[in-house]
Ligand binder design. Sequence first.
Ligand code: ATP
Ligand code: MG
Length: 342
Amino acid sequence: MLSPRYLSLLLAFVIAGVCTSFLSFLPNTDFTILFISFISSFIFGSAVIYFALDNLVFKEVNKLYDRIKQIKKKNFSVIPRKQLIEKENPIELLKEELNSYVTTKEDEVKELKKAAKYRQEFLADVSHELKTPIFAAQGFVHTLLDNPEEDPEIRKRFLEKAAKSLDGLDILVKDLLTVSQIETGAIKIDKKALDLKPLVLEIFEQLEAKAKSKNIELKLIGHPGPVLVKADYQRISQVLVNLIDNGIKYGHQDGKVTVHLEEKKKAFLIMVKDNGPGVPAEHLPRLFERFYRVDKSRAKLNGGSGLGLSIVKHIIQAHNSKISVFSKVDKGTSFQFKLEKA
Ligand SMILES: Nc1ncnc2c1ncn2[C@@H]1O[C@H](COP(=O)(O)OP(=O)(O)OP(=O)(O)O)[C@@H](O)[C@H]1O
Ligand SMILES: [Mg+2]
């Protein structure tokens, strides 16, 4: 290892060697004189070189290293001061510090670029999604304003259509708010013990009319006892509503949506299955992306904002779990995730 001590000893040894070999060429120089001159030039040389190296080079580099440390951010890995006092090679330390500084800055730049790209895409997606209901409502209202003499029946129909678009807009804005709150970590998950069985039955009741309109059967297949998990009641109910609602919305007429609650070692496995048209394999990896819809026109007809599954994914992740999807065309789709037992 390069250090002022070793370097000065090495240089002093070479210098003493050269001086002594010159002396040996002079007449009348015996071994004692040569030996004394070697030792004295070695000691003197090493002291002078050590002092010069340490004060002029290494101390300056140490000062430089300290300055770099000061300009670094708090979270940078700092090499302990003790190491410097112990005379580790400061050039090596300086190199390490510079490398860590550059790596951290590089990571920061990458993160910033990613965040900027995310913001850009999010903004583009949001403006695109907002355009549809706003333009629709605008169209109906302007038609009414331009035709004041319109038949009251038609007026009512137009107003109803405008109201529907605005209701959709309201849902979209609320969903967007949820997505952004979850993504920025503003929503706190309040985990408490809860029984999933009554919760699922309550959601079935909530969605009963919708299921009846397509003659879809809602079924709970459960573990015999209570299904107690540690979860946030509001958020998990949002997850189940989204999944069961999708099963109904995208399921076949006269179909079936089943919720299975299965006991595992430390958790309960929750599965929401339907026997609908399924999702082609190439779409599965992108299903949880915000605004991703398999059949754009049909999904729009169903009035979804395309944010449901992205919200579901984030909520399940916030519960330290992950959601998976299995689907076969013409057979059906199944969403599964685990929740820790209470
Ligand atoms: N059970 C399912 N069967 C078939 N396709 C599904 C199913 N669940 C989701 N999908 C597909 O995944 C897409 C994304 O679903 P997601 O729940 O995120 O949005 P959405 O239902 O269109 O809108 P939102 O849930 O916001 O009302 C849907 O548009 C649909 O194409
Ligand atoms: Mg949905």
